[in-house]
Design a protein around this ligand. Structure first.
Ligand SMILES: [Zn+2]
Length: 256
């Protein structure tokens, strides 16, 4: 797998813009159908009050307005540095280090960083460098979402620099003891042997594109159902219902 799956070479300013744009677009989907007042309030909360903390009365319609201001706040030359360089600089200030990206899949990075952003989302709190850094990490992970393959054994995302997900990886960074990791690996091998009909033969690239990434983010962060989600879930359940062993082998996570 290419080492730049997470595009750590992208300029930090681009990572920030990518992160904010995706959040902004996802909030539009989140509030769709709500009455205007409720929509504004929900949008502010979902955007971690970033626009109001930058001095905007209402969340601007245009994501680039906010992104530009955030980039200005992130002192030059950091904004023009590659993200890898910024990461090194920020390591001491942040709870994250390089290991965080290496042991996490893009959705895990997005979820974790969004939680951190939300925790600092009080309207009166000024935006900190760490907030902007978390947003940049989200941007890097969103870029990664569109490039990272699935696990060789199952439909989960592969973890950074391995062909396997955390469940099936034997890497030091994967959770559990050596014996537990081996057991999960063996189980995964059996699953893929018996049921590869259902999976792609090679680790395939996930069908997340620029077009549907915001729907995915809205699902990941706020459990906003994807279009057709109910129908898809029903179809998956019907398909695996005759195979209780498939469910026993650890596939239930995908189907509940
Ligand atoms: Zn897997």
């Amino acid at each position: 797998m290419s080492p730049d799956v997470f595009s750590l070479t992208m300029p930090t300013s681009k990572a920030i813009a990518t992160g904010y744009k995706a959040l902004h677009q996802a909030t539009q989907l989140l509030v769709a159908g709500l009455p205007e007042k409720a929509a504004e309030a929900a949008k502010k909360k979902a955007l971690c009050n970033i626009p109001s903390r930058l001095g905007f009365q209402q969340p601007p319609r245009n994501a680039s307005t906010v992104s530009k201001q955030l980039i200005v706040l992130l002192a030059s030359p950091i904004s023009t540095m590659s993200f890898a360089e910024t990461m090194e600089k920020m390591e001491e200030k942040s709870e994250f280090n390089k290991g965080f990206l290496k042991r996490s899949s893009p959705p895990e990075v997005i979820e974790t960083c969004y939680k951190k952003l939300s925790a600092n989302a009080k309207a009166e709190d000024p935006i900190s460098l760490i907030d902007i850094f978390h947003l940049a990490l989200i941007g890097v992970a969103i870029d990664g979402l569109q490039k990272i393959p699935r696990c060789s054994f199952c439909p989960r995302f592969a973890a950074f620099e391995t062909p396997f997900c955390r469940e099936h990886s034997q890497s030091k960074l994967a959770p559990g003891t050596v014996a537990e990791k081996s057991a999960r690996y063996r189980s995964g091998k059996i699953i893929v042997k018996q049921y590869d009909y259902y999976f792609r033969r090679e680790p395939g690239f996930v069908d997340i594109s620029k077009r549907n990434v915001s729907a995915y983010i809205a699902r990941l962060l706020w459990l906003k159902p994807l279009p057709d989600e109910k129908r898809t879930m029903r179809a998956i359940k019907e398909q695996i219902a005759p195979s209780p062993r498939l469910i026993d082998r650890g596939c239930q996570n995908f189907c509940v």
